[in-house]
Design a protein around this ligand. Structure first.
Ligand SMILES: Cc1ncc(COP(=O)(O)O)c(C=O)c1O
Length: 390
């Protein structure tokens, strides 16, 4: 079968945040390689493009309800792919996972309440809690034998003081797919301290074939799950996400907040969710993409290990994000940023915003053609040599 990852897709000059944002937002030159924001340089599954084209041909683009067929598609998908039984009526639309998390925090906690996160973590987790005037209780992950693990002592301390826990599963940026045993401990602590668990599972469908994602909702019937086909099928710009909330009272409160913020799907959001989750061709396409991503991740790590021995990484178990440790380079985060942009000419996501231990890290998005990754590694290696970092 034709490779998904190695196909050419024009992204530059399409108003792409990832490609055109470098010039528009950061005034960087055209030849800087964009390996940052979490979308990837591939065309979505053909069956999704076909369904969207058919919807466009109808010419009907009025205000749109969340389609019952889309709710059923989410329910069937979670049942089939992740063994989670979902009542379709428990599925709410959201125009993004971050808006969903923000609305849930607003609905289910009060100003001043504690919310637990586990840094280093996707920066909006911290930002949305602070922005909502809630308190962050961080239970940082620990690195044990080149693998990130949950710190259950810190998690228990944080949960004692909090009302809600934002779990990132699989975890961005460290790439862990939490085991069933780990998640069982999480739900036990949450039950003990009456903490609402909200799981962001946006990367779950990109779990590598050699790992198994456990939907935490299968372990506790009160967990709220937030997800989308956006990462799996590379359709983040369609803003088609959803919340699975099995507790009636919480769902009512979340709906109230969503109504306040005018949350409604675009006409294309329903189509995208249904096309992604109900079409056999889309599902086979996704399984091929997962295999290609795992292979490419392993190849890139091997190449970094042999060409850039001063950089270190842990092995992700899902998705396309690689958390790279630059701490052996004698440079501040600020100097590293300038060096990467102007001398190496690659753009990575700086680690600082992911949390206090992130300062010495950069996150690399490997979801692009292999030749661009080889070029990025070559540029890093040449500039490290030039600086006598070897
Ligand atoms: C863990 C996680 N949650 C949420 C998002 C963003 O979701 P959305 O664009 O639907 O708000 C991302 C994007 O990178 C992510 O990695």
């Amino acid at each position: 079968m034709k490779s998904i990852l190695q196909q050419q897709l024009k992204r530059k000059d399409t108003n792409s945040v990832k490609w055109d944002g470098l010039e528009q937002w950061f005034r960087l030159s055209e030849d800087v390689l964009p390996l940052w924001v979490a979308d990837i340089d591939i065309r979505t599954a053909p069956s999704i493009s076909e369904a969207l084209a058919a919807k466009a041909a109808q010419g009907e683009f009025g205000y749109t309800l969340f389609a019952p067929e889309a709710q059923k598609a989410v329910s069937d998908w979670y049942g089939r792919r992740h063994d989670l039984i979902v009542d379709p009526n428990h599925v709410l639309f959201s125009s993004g996972v971050v808006p969903a998390l923000t609305h849930i925090v607003e609905a289910l906690t009060e100003v001043g309440d504690g919310v637990v996160i586990q840094s280093p973590v996707y920066p909006p987790f911290h930002e949305l809690v602070v922005g909502s005037k809630r308190q962050v209780f961080d239970a940082p992950l620990k690195k044990i034998d080149e693998r990130y693990e949950m710190d259950f002592v810190a998690l228990e301390e944080a949960m004692k003081q909090a009302k809600l826990f934002l779990l990132c599963s699989p975890h961005n940026p460290v790439g862990r797919v939490w085991t069933r045993a780990e998640l069982e401990k999480v739900v036990a602590l949450a039950d003990q301290y009456e903490v609402i668990v909200v799981a962001d599972e946006i990367h779950a469908d990109l779990t590598f074939p050699s790992h198994k994602h456990t939907a935490i909702g299968t372990l506790d019937s009160r967990v709220i799950t937030v997800s989308a086909p956006s990462k799996a099928f590379n359709i983040a710009g369609l803003f088609a996400s959803y919340i699975i909330c099995p507790v009636d009272e919480w769902r009512k409160q979340i709906t109230k907040v969503q109504n306040k913020h005018h949350v409604l799907p675009t006409p294309f959001a329903n189509t995208a969710i249904i096309a992604a989750y109900t079409n056999n061709r889309a599902e086979r396409w996704l399984d091929q993409l997962r295999e290609e991503l795992e292979q490419q991740m392993n190849d890139v790590i091997d190449s970094i290990e042999s060409n850039l021995p001063m950089l270190h990484t842990t092995r992700p178990e899902a998705s396309y994000l690689l958390w790279l440790d630059f701490s052996e380079l004698p440079m501040s985060a600020e100097d590293r940023k300038s060096w990467l942009h102007h001398e190496v000419r690659i753009f990575l996501s700086p680690g600082g915003p992911f949390g206090p231990q992130g300062e010495a890290f950069e996150r690399m998005n490997i979801g692009t053609r292999r030749e661009l990754l080889d070029e990025a590694i070559h540029r890093l290696s040449a500039q490290m040599e030039r600086k006598a970092f070897v």
